[in-house]
Design a protein around this ligand. Structure first.
Ligand SMILES: C[S@@+](CC[C@H](N)C(=O)[O-])C[C@H]1O[C@@H](n2cnc3c(N)ncnc32)[C@H](O)[C@@H]1O
Length: 208
């Protein structure tokens, strides 16, 4: 069942300082999330004010109700002076950003489907123990950071699970996508700045 026009309008109006996903990308995220098994986790790296999280959660709600783990540093210092400057400009580190996230997931009625995790994405990955049906990477877009997100999280994605990148127009993200091992991932689908693919199973790989 697709999202209604009313739901799309409400999701499109969520706060994001104009850096969050656009409606056509949100519809892709919700469509993929609706297909994720209830027993598999949906992991989002880079939640910010929760706009993409809400699109994903609405999709999951219409589908099988897979739980969403929304990871962000929010007001945790990044330790990188250059990135700290960007964080200030974009209000990533403003304490009000996390409050807005909480408010928006409550207003959309999806807070029960979402567990916020505050911290560095790769550190969260180091103790992770659940199969992942969808991984959405939208954290720091420098090559090193995006690659670290891919390397530390992609191993948890189950066969048939989705790997999704936002901001595929950013140099670092573009490079990580270009380097994806072709024997592990299916065809790439791109819509605006969102690119996704699916984890191949052993039989897909054998079939060539
Ligand atoms: C572009 S914003 C995300 C926008 C959001 N996905 C949306 O569409 O509404 C990027 C977010 O990634 C977070 N971030 C960057 N590096 C991170 C890291 N290593 N671990 C966790 N969060 C990180 C930032 O704090 C920021 O809120």
């Amino acid at each position: 069942m697709p999202l209604t026009d009313k739901q799309i309008a409400k999701l499109s109006q969520l706060q994001d300082q104009n850096i969050g996903v656009k409606p056509e990308e949100g519809c892709i995220l919700s469509g993929l999330a609706s297909k994720v098994d209830a027993g598999h986790a949906i992991v989002e790296i880079g939640t910010y004010k929760g706009k993409s999280t809400c699109w994903i959660a609405m999709g999951s709600k219409m589908g099988h109700g897979a739980h969403i783990y929304a990871i962000d540093l929010w007001d945790t210092p990044s330790g990188d002076p250059g990135y700290e400057e960007l964080r200030c400009k974009r209000t990533y580190a403003d304490p009000k950003t996390k409050q807005t996230f909480i408010q928006q997931i409550q207003d959309m009625g999806v807070d029960d489907l979402i567990t916020p995790i505050q911290g560095f994405s790769h550190k969260v990955a180091s103790t992770w123990d659940k199969p992942v049906g969808m991984l959405f990477i939208d954290g720091h877009h420098a090559y090193k950071s995006c690659k670290l997100d891919y390397d530390s999280w992609s191993k948890y994605i189950v066969p048939g699970g989705y790997l999704v990148f936002h901001d595929n127009n950013m140099k670092g993200v573009k490079q990580v996508i270009a380097e994806l091992p072709k024997d592990q991932w299916g065809e790439l689908t791109t819509r605006r700045f969102t690119t996704y693919t699916v984890r191949l199973s052993n039989s897909d790989q054998e079939g060539g």
